[in-house]
Every structure is written in C-alpha cells, then in structure tokens.
Design a protein around this ligand. Structure first.
Ligand SMILES: Cc1cc2nc3c(=O)[nH]c(=O)nc-3n(C[C@H](O)[C@H](O)[C@H](O)COP(=O)(O)O)c2cc1C
Length: 316
C-alpha cells in the first residue's frame, strides 16, 4: 500500500473491460457512428484513450455529398437528421482515414452502408483485419437514403443475406446495426444471427418528420429524417431487452444516452456495451462522464466487473 494511504482509502479496482466478438474494449463506452468524427475532433474534451471504442462515420463504395440542406432539425428531446450518408467513399477512406486510425489508442469500428448486397460485399472484402480496424458495423438501417440502407434493415431475409455476404468476405468481427423501424425487432435479430453476425448494435434512428407551420412545408429538404436523442431512449431500451431475450449475441445498446444512468439502463436490459451519439453534441465529454459514472455505480453496488450488469434486470 503506498505511504499515506489507509486501507479504508484504497478503493477496489473495478474491471470495466468487455469482450465482444473476440475484441477487448477497455470499457463499455463507444461512440456512435456519424456523431464523433474520428475522435481527434473531441480530444480536448475527451481523450481517445478514455473510450472503449469509436465507431466511424458510415462509408459507402462511392463518394456521396449527402442530402440537400436543411438536413438537421431540433425536436423536443432530440433531433432529426437526414445527412444521407455524406462520406468520401471507400477509396478515399482507405487512402486517408485508415492510416490515421492505426494511430488511435482505442478500438476503431468502421461503419459500412450500401445499396446492394454487392456493395456491402465489396467493402467487406476491402476492410479486413490488417486494416487496423477492430470490427465492421454493418448499417442495414439508414432511414435517410432512397432505395437502400433501410430496405435491408426492414426485411429479415435481406438482412440475413447481406450479413452472410459480409461475413464471407471479411475476417473482421461483424456487428449488425438494426433499424427500429420494424414491427418485430426480434425477428430481425434472429435473421442477422442466422447470417452469422458476431454482435448486434441497436438502435439506429426512428423515421420521423417535422413541418414548418409558417412555410407550410416539411422542415427537412428530404422530408423525412431519423429521430435520435433522449426522445428515443425508452424505445431503444425496450428493443435491447427484446433482442437480449431473442438471441445469444453481444449487444451494443444506443439511443438517447445522455447520462451514466441511461447507460446503466441499457446494460441492465442486456447490452454488453453502449454507444453515445446525439449526446456528444450537447456535452462533448459525455463518454468520459458515462464511463466514470458506470465505474462509481459498480463500486456503490458491490460489482467488481461491469460485465455483471449485462442483462441483470431480466434476472432480478
Ligand atoms: C448526425 C447523425 C449522423 C448519423 N450517421 C450515421 C451513420 O453514418 N451510420 C449509422 O449507422 N448511424 C448513423 N447515425 C445513427 C447513430 O449512430 C445512432 O444509432 C442514433 O443516433 C441513436 O443514438 P443517439 O440517440 O445516441 O444519437 C447518425 C446519427 C446522427 C444524429
């Protein structure tokens, strides 16, 4: 014991590490795709090494300018976005983004989107273990692009097919990101499990819209957008709960997390880790606050490992 410390002042270390699909994350707090850049943008508020991992902005085979503006709108307790997968495309991603992420002191998850099974397969073939990535998150749930993305996330047969195609092409663990815009999320979870997914992340945004009553037209140029933020959290927690009962795969829970209490709620519902998206825009040090808060909660409740929280609410 270091000099000056009494046994009462030595706090037991809490094991915050989680393992998912063969990847070890130093803590269960990850940042959500499309909301955190490459992590370095937030470094003054939240050191990258304090994060369990970062999920990169969605990449498509070809560069995309995204949808026309306005493509963001504030809503009560949340926001609508219709960015439309703006990204530099796979070739540029490989050339400029991958070399940067190799230096990042955290686990980095790439997020891929496509408009056909062949699109997804092409990206999976390119993004393999030697790229420095920890895993591939397959976005089959983007509500903001026409003819693609969400189609795969709302039809269980298509979801299974696309995940199987990705699995066949990459040696990276595959995380299937589910859309909440379905009648039965358990059916989608079972489908991606059959396709070979190593983990499931949920939820993506809920399809919504907003109308400017003075202009008498939709606020977003795209008419529809994806709702995120605290407004969606109860839906997300319910879906994590249902998926945890439906399949035996690790879950990354997200949707409206804005405090450590929200994150603990997802863990108790069955998630092994959580992702933070919209909350970063309001508080750029939120991932750090959440991680510290989870640690304090574990200590207060006598848990030596954060892994003990996963799914606990199903058992008590
Ligand atoms: C501005 C914005 C951009 C997003 N871009 C992506 C994306 O490229 N790929 C993806 O899978 N999800 C994307 N999402 C969805 C988030 O990753 C997350 O699933 C969703 O927002 C729910 O979490 P939250 O309420 O914490 O934001 C985006 C969300 C926002 C708000």
């Amino acid at each position: 014991m270091p000099r000056g410390e009494t046994s009462a002042s030595v706090e037991a270390a809490i094991d915050l590490t989680v393992q998912m699909a063969g990847v070890e994350f130093r803590n269960p707090v990850i940042t959500a795709s499309g909301t955190y850049g490459f992590g370095s943008e937030y470094a003054p508020y939240c050191p990258v090494e304090a994060l369990g991992g970062i999920t990169l902005k969605g990449t498509t085979p070809e560069p995309r300018l995204g949808n026309c503006v306005p493509r963001l709108a504030e809503t009560p307790a949340g926001m609508l976005n219709a960015i439309g997968l703006e990204n530099p495309g796979l070739e540029e991603f490989v050339k400029t983004v991958l070399p940067q992420i190799k230096e990042l002191p955290t686990q980095v998850i790439a997020n891929i989107s496509g408009f056909s099974v062949a699109d997804y397969a092409l990206m999976a073939r390119t993004l393999r273990r030697d790229s420095g990535l920890a895993a591939l998150e397959v976005n089959i749930s983007c509500p903001n692009v026409k003819h693609g993305g969400m189609h795969f996330g709302t039809d269980s047969q298509s979801a299974e097919t696309v995940i199987r195609a990705v699995k066949q092409e990459t040696d990276l663990p595959v995380i299937a990101k589910l859309s909440p815009n379905v009648t039965d999320i358990r059916e989608m979870a079972r489908a991606v499990a059959r396709g070979g997914a190593d983990a499931i992340s949920l939820i993506n945004t809920l399809l919504g819209m907003s109308i400017d009553v003075e202009k008498k037209k939709p606020v977003l140029a795209n008419t529809f957008g994806g709702l995120s933020g605290p407004a969606v959290r109860p839906v997300a927690v319910r879906m994590v709960w249902e998926v945890a009962e439906a399949v035996d795969l690790p879950i990354i829970g997200m949707g409206g997390i804005s405090s450590w209490q929200d994150a603990v709620e997802f863990l108790l519902a069955g998630a092994s880790a959580v992702s933070i998206g919209t909350g970063n825009f309001l508080n750029p040090s939120l991932p750090l606050d959440v991680s510290t808060g989870i640690e304090t909660y574990c200590r207060r409740h006598g848990f030596s490992s954060v892994r003990e929280l996963t799914g606990l609410a199903h058992r008590v």
